[in-house]
Design a protein around this ligand. Structure first.
Ligand code: DOR
Ligand code: ZN
Length: 427
């Protein structure tokens, strides 16, 4: 006997306050209200159903050189366990994704291993084949390194300006890592922040903005302070959880090298001031940048920069919603609606026809975060001891991809950019 729906999520609370049954068929929501007849019914009583988050800045690592830090299996499972259903992978991989061949290899690896939807960006360098990357399916370009970081060397302003013109001609989005790095000994979180100051972010952003060709769609990555964020307008920007929850004075239970990240975590006063401008932050993304405990426990100057965060981003922020400090609608704008719009992805709604990319969270329950409950291969978190609200179910394309600590894969998860010209019959 065939049923009307493949699956019904029964009795879930929706963001608008309704309690409803969500009927799903062929990966899409087909009805919200009373349940249709279905092959499978999942009791969602007591669960809050939110659209899956779009994390537009992750480093999934993988490949031959970096799979010990993370790979597409562990990284995408980590995403699902944090309510993220789409990740956008940054191209500073080894090798970097400077042309269609490396890009296509990356797509194949992710297609084989990923459990969540993924887009992949093209790398911007003096030698990149921008058009080739666009036609191979790059979702956007960048993060473009205007300053050196882990696995990314700084480009000259001329190289960046030339790439901007090409990207503008294609009508693609470019994302930018803007910093100004001063010389000096980098031995602690305080010196790291002083050598990569917030005024340097602002100066670099302004210098780049002067070189924007007409019509360029640009987006600034991971701004760490109100000084830089105030300078971004009209360009959109991201803020990362580590700049909202960690500071030089308060870097969690981990040693300082673990919280080394670019741009750096700032002083407590700056962290608090960033929260004050919550309403004007367009996007929150994680900059999930896993490194192992072995790598991170080297002397500070040697430790690579980056913090894992795709799994804790929504949970930490949803705990803030439950504590009454921010609104649910403001959170959804920053982790679902605006990143999807900037990337040209379909809008996530509860209307029939919308993709069933959903995460269901306990309504009244926060948990204390510990490293051993997380799925990232990094194996550590600076958020240990903080409160989070984690999903118990995450659906991707209507598939129960994460169900009470069990994962299951579905196909067809690659999110291509608008320039994609299909040359392969199947990924
Ligand atoms: O701290 C960082 N780590 N910042 C970046 O921009 C790159 C990232 C990485 O890939 O490790
Ligand atoms: Zn990054």
């Amino acid at each position: 006997m065939s049923f009307d729906a493949d699956c019904v999520l029964k009795g879930a609370l929706l963001p608008d306050g309704r309690v409803a049954d969500i009927s799903i068929r062929d990966g899409r929501i087909i009805h919200v209200g009373a349940a249709l007849r279905a092959d499978q019914t999942v009791d969602c009583t007591g669960l809050l159903c939110l659209p899956g988050a779009v994390d537009m800045h992750v480093h999934m690592r993988g490949g031959k050189e970096q799979g010990h830090k993370e790979d597409w299996v562990s990284g995408s499972q980590s995403a699902l366990a944090g309510g993220v259903t789409t990740v956008v992978d940054q191209p500073n991989t080894i090798p970097p994704l400077t042309g269609p061949d490396a890009f296509t290899e990356r797509v194949k690896e992710a297609t084989r291993d990923a459990y969540c939807r993924f887009g992949i960006n093209g790398y911007v360098s003096g030698a990149s084949d921008i058009r080739g990357l666009w036609e191979a399916g790059a979702l956007a370009f960048g993060e473009t390194f205007a300053a050196a970081s882990s696995f990314g060397s700084a480009l000259t302003i001329e190289e960046i300006a030339q790439a901007f013109s090409e990207i503008a001609r294609l009508g693609a989005l470019v994302t930018i890592h803007a910093e100004d790095v001063l010389p000096g000994d980098d031995t602690s979180l305080a010196t790291h922040a002083a050598l990569r100051p917030e005024e340097g972010e602002k100066k670099c952003m302004q210098m780049l903005a002067e070189r924007f060709p007409p019509g360029l769609s640009a987006h600034f990555c991971h701004l760490s302070s109100p000084i830089s964020a105030d300078a971004a307008s009209p360009v959109t920007f991201e803020v990362m959880p580590h700049h909202l929850f960690l500071s030089i004075e308060n870097h969690g239970s981990v040693p300082e090298g673990y919280c080394k990240v670019n741009p750096p975590v700032r002083h407590e006063a700056t962290r608090k001031a960033l929260w004050e401008m919550w309403d004007s932050i367009p996007v929150i993304a994680s900059d999930h940048a896993p490194h192992t405990t072995e790598e991170k426990s080297q002397p500070f100057s040697e430790a690579p920069s980056g913090i894992p965060g795709v799994e804790t981003m929504v949970p930490l922020l949803l705990a803030e919603v439950y504590a009454g400090r921010i609104s649910l609608s403001s959170l959804l704008k920053k982790v679902v609606t605006t990143p999807a719009r900037l990337l040209g992805l379909p809008e996530s709604t509860f209307l029939p026809g919308s993709a069933a990319d959903l995460a269901l969270y306990p309504r009244n329950e926060t948990v204390t975060i510990t490293a051993d409950m997380l799925y990232s291969r990094a194996g550590w978190t600076p958020y240990e001891g903080m409160q989070g609200v984690f999903p118990v179910i995450t659906c991707v394309k209507g598939h129960l991809s994460y169900l009470r600590n069990e994962f299951s894969r579905t196909d067809g998860l690659w999110v291509t950019g608008r320039g994609y010209k299909c040359t392969e019959t199947k990924y």
